[in-house]
Design a protein around this ligand. Sequence first.
Ligand SMILES: NC(=O)C1=CN([C@@H]2O[C@H](COP(=O)(O)OP(=O)(O)OC[C@H]3O[C@@H](n4cnc5c(N)ncnc54)[C@H](OP(=O)(O)O)[C@@H]3O)[C@@H](O)[C@H]2O)C=CC1
Ligand SMILES: O=C(CO)COP(=O)(O)O
Length: 375
Amino acid sequence: MMHHPDNWPPRDRRAFARLAVIGAGAWGTALAVTAVRAARGVTLWAREPDVAEAIARTGVNGTFLPGVRLPGAIRATCVLADAARMADAILLVVPSQHFRAACRSLADVLPGGVPIVICAKGIERGTGLLLEAVAARELPGSPIAVLSGPTFAHEVAAGHPTAVTVASRDVGAEGEASLAARVAVTLASQAFRPYVSQDVTGVEVGGAVKNVLALASGMASGLGFGANTRAAVITRGLAEIAALCEALGGQRETVAGLAGVGDLTLTCSSEQSRNMRYGMGLAMGRTPADMFDGRPVVVEGVENAVSVTDLARRLGVDMPICEAVRAVMEGMPIGEAMAALLDRPLRAEPRGIALDLPRPPGAADALPARVQEQS
Ligand SMILES: NC(=O)C1=CN([C@@H]2O[C@H](COP(=O)(O)OP(=O)(O)OC[C@H]3O[C@@H](n4cnc5c(N)ncnc54)[C@H](OP(=O)(O)O)[C@@H]3O)[C@@H](O)[C@H]2O)C=CC1
Ligand SMILES: O=C(CO)COP(=O)(O)O
């Protein structure tokens, strides 16, 4: 759904005064802080009563965002109806594989027509649906926007300058036409700068796939490979995002934006990323409990390696790096998955079209020792 000159740029610029943030993980909590900085009223909903109670009592979400003192203006609750009742808009920040269940619970308590801003990143396993489609199905009548981009929760909470993309489709009922702009105005502050987009699909695909690619980047680092390998994963990974984006009707240029290359480079380059750390840990033979000191963190790329490649296979999109990550998640040794990637026929840039060129020498002993050891 591309540009509609009649209602672009968006005209409705009113901020939403009161927000409910659904999901008190690291990102939901950081978004609640962001909303308070932008002078909005915020209720933060946690599924677990202990988390809501601890935030209310201590002013810290020690489970999911330790070390960050939260503004007193954040009201924490574990009662969904309490959070939803007074909200002018909902920020939905539960992990992708629990997203539908959260929408269903919300449908019981949310007044019709309240906008939903999807802040999670992923594709639903089984259905292969982007989260926008899940929300549209479960919360009919709610206008939908998507917020994504390079945003480590701790840095956002600490007030580091951060830019994101907010997208909504600029067609349909009045109000929905400018939802992304209204969300941008609602959350913007000196250190938090939302850019507005119409390409919901492109923005969602970037956020879903980059977590899988961050696992790959982590695995390469864990094998001891350096900057060259990482740059190759990022660049060829970006081509995979672009191909899926295009196949789903998104805009290729969105891939060059914050929710594409921005988030991909962030997540593939920093051990702050849970996905990157998980990939590294696997390559180094560590257990998930070791990697995160036993804390309950979501690693979206693990489930999304399957949902992304299922969808790509169905659409006939070639995503070799994501396929390699999936193979590892399904038990293939990392070295073997990497060797298979390196053994692919030579191709053309940027779209990876196959060329009829002689294959590189395929003997396993031509591979770096680290890969051989892991195979
Ligand atoms: N952390 C970050 O820097 C960023 C994260 N995101 C995205 O935000 C989303 C949430 O991640 P994040 O906040 O980091 O999560 P965390 O790893 O910090 O916390 C896990 C979250 O998952 C929730 N959860 C676990 N099991 C369930 C369940 N069965 N039903 C509902 N919720 C459940 C937990 O809530 P509970 O208290 O109920 O267990 C908690 O909110 C993900 O899609 C992630 O990709 C996006 C941008 C940045
Ligand atoms: O989405 C994120 C940053 O934009 C967070 O990435 P991780 O889930 O890998 O930590």
